[in-house]
Design a protein around this ligand. Structure first.
Ligand code: ZN
Length: 229
């Protein structure tokens, strides 16, 4: 039985007359999985002294053994996140940059799409001719297996090229979509976060979301994934 209120000021509570430490407080490691050590490996949450100290430490615990104080690191990250601001000029630059990249990609996709369509047209022509043979009387009970397997093979090729065509069309659509809309969503999200900074600071899930969004989607990442270390 834990008697509430009988702390002795040193963080020690008494359970059935026996002194025990309170259960290690759960530390909000909201950057778990997002950090990379200077050696290139991932960093993972760790604690020491019965949960009194909290770290992010390198997963190479033999050679590198690098670790950083989790609270200090998260404070530093918070400083950066709470000051993130996208100026109009920055956004325009990012938008133009993304659009230029996409146009380049689209220019690369178009000839591939044309080549696939040309091949597909040829194979469909083959299919048509072969189907014609079935109607012409050349295909008999004796040789029908041969023609049927040829037709099956052509149908498979057509299916394959149609899938390639669709994949390229999808990529082309993505490449020709204006970056403005995507950026707008990002900015709206960041603005909402910033207007609620006080709330965000105490909410690990939101902070993690904030950090992840910033690290992964920032169009011209001022902070690259893991560069905080
Ligand atoms: Zn390391």
């Amino acid at each position: 039985m834990v008697t509430a209120g009988i702390g002795d000021g040193r963080g020690i509570v008494h359970v059935n007359g026996v002194q025990t430490r309170p259960a290690a407080q759960k530390f909000p490691y909201y950057l778990a999985g997002l950090l990379r050590c200077s050696c290139g490996r991932c960093m993972t949450p760790a604690s020491a002294k019965s949960g009194q100290y909290h770290y992010y430490q390198c997963t190479d615990g033999i050679n590198c053994r690098h670790r950083v104080n989790a609270a200090e690191l998260q404070d530093a990250v918070w400083e950066v996140l709470s000051k993130v601001h996208y100026s109009e000029e920055f956004l325009k630059g990012a938008r133009d940059g993304i659009n230029a990249e996409r146009l380049k990609l689209a220019d690369n996709i178009r000839p591939q799409l044309a080549a696939v369509r040309k091949t597909l047209k040829g194979v469909r022509e083959e299919q048509k001719q072969l189907t014609g043979l079935f109607l012409s009387g050349i295909v008999t009970a004796d040789n029908k297996d041969h023609f049927n397997s040829k037709l099956a093979e052509i149908n498979l090729r057509i299916q394959n090229y149609e899938e390639q065509e669709q994949a390229l069309l999808n990529a082309l659509t993505a490449a020709t979509t204006d970056a403005a809309e995507e950026l707008e969503q990002l900015v709206i999200g960041m603005t909402n976060m910033q207007q609620n900074l006080a709330k965000v600071r105490g909410d690990s899930a939101l902070l993690r979301n904030f950090a992840t969004t910033y690290i992964q989607k920032s169009p011209a990442s001022m902070i690259q994934r893991g560069r905080w270390l």
